[in-house]
Design a protein around this ligand. Sequence first.
Ligand code: ACO
Length: 431
Amino acid sequence: MSTTALLKIDDKEFKLPVIVGSEGEKAIDISKLRAETGHITYDDGFGNTGSCTSAVTYIDGDVGILRYRGYPIEQLAENSSFVETSYLVMNGELPTAAQRSGFSKLLTQHAPLREGMLRFIQSFPRDSHPMAVLSATINALGAYYPHLASNNHQRDLEHFDEAAAIAISKVRTIAAHSFRVSNGVPFNYPRPNFGYCENFLHLMFSEPYNEYIATSEVAQALNLFLLLHADHEQNCSTSTVKMVASAGANLFASVSAGVNALWGPLHGGANMAVIQMLENIHADGDDGTKFIQAAKTGKGDRLMGFGHRVYKNYDPRAKIIKASFYKALASLGIKNDPLLDIAMKLEEVALSDDYFISRKLYPNVDFYSGLIMRAIGIPSNMFTVMFAIGRMPGWIAQWREVAQNPKIKIYRPRQIYTGKTIRNYVAMDKR
Ligand code: ACO
């Protein structure tokens, strides 16, 4: 196989190295292109640009493959938990029993927030968006734990386990506390004897007179939701984390930037859009048929939760989450939900319709995840927050790759300037 690519510009030829990943993905290395040719590449939206090498996640969207550290998502969903998968994603290997229990202890130890952080969260207006509270409070972790946020990667890496456990454990507490503040109800304190997901549900929903004890099906559905979101290689928020990290920034500053990127509706907001779509269809008295007809003309709204930039096959996460969804519904005693009926109708029609088949539009993970969270009682403005909790181990793992890279260069793309060419300053009275 050729290990170089040949580029011809005018009458000059340049040899560019070809690099090959462990799954055979090929890339033309253009890192010396500008120095040697005076040209840069132009790739609006980075659709063809490999921004880094990474050993965390492998995706083949054409056939619907997703693997964390080489393990198929289906096997992890079947056998693992969010906490164990987080360890795998961050450290590269499944934990031994001792490593697993050490990690759990760290998570338990770091679940509560310091009093100052509680007051910080309480100081936000009641109608604050929980994503604003989440990103601000995660960033503030750097102020509360300055020894973990030195902005010197070597020093920060010496405390990696502690910083990672703080981020993973506290993101859950901060998220639940922001929900409690927005509802004007007091915080709950984490219970050391509860698992990660059970604890989150307790922090969200327990009342002084009525402790919330999650059923195993509901805890399992939440576990799966988080596990399925743990990493997704170089997407918008992860690239943002790496961009910030490349300047030397500490873990908390970098992942809080990831939260902000995720807040955008094109990235983390699709699960909420699915529920809004279903509510609109229901309010219109439609069973989904009219909506699909309109979506096919290209003039109506898109079928939210269908299609994916990378997956041109069934999103493997959608298949897994759908199966657990029905178990959770049964456990919650939900039988007659009109939105669920509409969702099932939309899915049935779309999967047998040539418009969707020919365009390779299949359900993505968001089609079901919004429904699951709604069934659990999580309000729709918290959906993106849930995504952020799930994605935390991936952001941390990808931050670590940057921090550990001795040859790391600050991420600094170039541009093609299209503005005015040089001109002279015009005095105020001449404008
Ligand atoms: N409903 C109806 N038609 C669609 C849909 C949809 N959901 N998605 C794509 N199409 C059509 C387009 O109109 C286009 O049709 P045309 O060829 O006749 O012009 C064709 O399919 C290809 O569309 P693109 O936008 O080029 O596909 P792309 O792969 O770029 O888009 C995207 C992927 C943005 C996810 C798109 O499918 C979409 O908008 N889906 C709905 C939103 C959604 O669910 N987003 C969540 C993504 S998953 C995640 O972020 C975790």
